[in-house]
Design a protein around this ligand. Structure first.
Ligand SMILES: *Cc1c(COP(=O)(O)O)cnc(C)c1O
Length: 403
């Protein structure tokens, strides 16, 4: 199944795509292999185990059969040859970056990345002799202009946090291919249901599996998908850095993945309904969502995304001071939506970015990161859309009367 003769839709893939055709295990649910080590029958076999390429029955830092099943499905979902799970999205990002770049080499990345990725790119890697240029993700020509003789890697993230700004995947990938530069895309916000970077020529596709892939706010994991050869190389670093996933987490993630297409479809619908409603609300100045006609990159969204995803952000009306208070009050007045970081789970989560980063970023840094004082990110869950809209309506009214 899921070969050239019988390609499977993601909805079928998540149910069947973790097993090989020759699987002889009759148990329908995967076993959790908690063993830290695996025995050999002969000394010849032992030597083979220690020296073979990537394998899942030697020592559990190298992998385990539960993880292997989950990785098989993830690779197929991203249409890549291979996948490797990690202890977290940051474990995936740091290990992939360390495996892909050397001192004296150069990376081109975006000025807006997930905070942890941004720290790796602006602090950790430069301290180890890696050069990094950050460009405006909307400007494909800027990526090209920033590349040098020693550029080995281009890192993109689309849609990016918190304003759902997009990067043109095919423009970047096409240029990078022509120059032999590896491309890495953080696909966390879109999920493989809404966007498959492989189809646009991206080499390595990375996720924080903590978000949509897991989907239940009960695990931390990360994954990178790519060619067999590329993933094997990253695995060599993972076993040395110790950024491996636990067998139990791999089991939970596989369980979460069974419903990924259904969850994401509902989150797409809910987010679009909330975005369309808020766009007409007088207390809201702006709505950022890739599937709205008002999104400045709507055409690009149509080209590379199936739907807008489950995250939107809004800017409440009012000047800077008033907007900050209105946003803070709005978040506090929500009854159904939880005030928490993260996204992609079953429950709706909201974050007022400016009050979250107030202590660590100055106003200029916030502006550069696209964080307006009145901006609230809404990561929509699986609730009934009308209940979400009712909750948001009462919180907006409450915030207005108190601001
Ligand atoms: C959460 C997140 C990460 C980091 O993932 P963890 O699982 O929290 O380590 C990386 N990129 C994006 C876009 C994220 O949202």
């Amino acid at each position: 199944m899921d070969n050239q003769d019988f390609p499977l839709d993601p909805q079928s893939l998540v149910i069947h795509g973790d097993v090989d055709g020759d699987n002889d295990d009759t148990a329908l649910a995967p076993a959790i292999y908690l063993a830290s080590t695996y025995g050999a029958r002969t000394s010849v076999e032992f030597a083979e185990m220690a020296n073979q390429p990537r394998h899942s029955r030697y020592y559990a830092r190298y992998g385990n059969p539960t993880q292997e099943r989950c990785e098989r499905l993830l690779a197929r979902l991203e249409n890549k040859e291979s996948a490797l799970l990690f202890s977290s999205g940051m474990g995936a990002m740091s290990t992939t970056l360390f495996a892909s770049i050397r001192a004296g080499e150069h990376i081109v990345a975006q000025s807006t990345h997930y905070m942890g990725t941004a720290k790796l790119l602006t602090k950790v890697l430069p301290s180890m002799g890696v050069e990094v240029s950050l460009v405006d993700q909307r400007d494909s020509a800027a990526f090209i202009a920033a590349t040098r003789e020693n550029t080995r890697l281009i890192v993109v993230e689309t849609p990016s946090n918190p304003t759902l700004t997009l990067t043109d995947l095919s423009a970047i990938a096409e240029f990078a291919r022509s120059r032999g530069i590896t491309t890495l895309a953080d696909n966390t916000f879109a999920s493989p249901i809404n966007q498959r970077p492989h189809e646009f020529g991206i080499d390595l596709v990375l996720h924080s599996a903590t978000k949509y892939l897991g989907g239940h706010s009960d695990l931390i994991a990360g994954v990178v998908c790519g060619s067999e050869e590329a993933v094997e190389k990253i695995w060599e670093y993972a076993i040395t850095l110790g950024t491996n996933v636990s067998p139990f987490t791999a089991f939970l993630l596989l369980r979460g993945l069974r419903t990924l297409p259904m969850r994401v479809a509902r989150q797409n619908e809910n987010a679009l309904a909330v975005a369309q409603f808020l766009e007409k609300h007088p207390a809201v100045a702006r709505v950022h969502y890739p599937e709205l006609d008002s999104h400045p990159q709507r055409e690009l969204a149509r080209r590379q995304m199936n739907h807008g995803g489950g995250v939107l952000s809004i800017e409440l009306a009012g000047d800077a001071g008033h907007g900050f208070d209105a946003a803070k009050n709005f978040v506090a007045a929500l009854k159904l939506a939880k005030h928490a970081v993260s996204l992609g789970g079953v429950e709706t989560l909201v974050v007022h970015a400016a009050s979250m980063w107030e202590a660590s970023l100055n106003p200029a840094e916030m502006e550069r990161a696209g964080i307006s004082p009145a901006l609230v990110r809404i990561a929509v869950g699986l609730e009934n859309a009308q209940d979400l809209i009712r909750d948001i309506t009462q919180a907006l009214e409450d915030a207005e009367t108190r601001a």
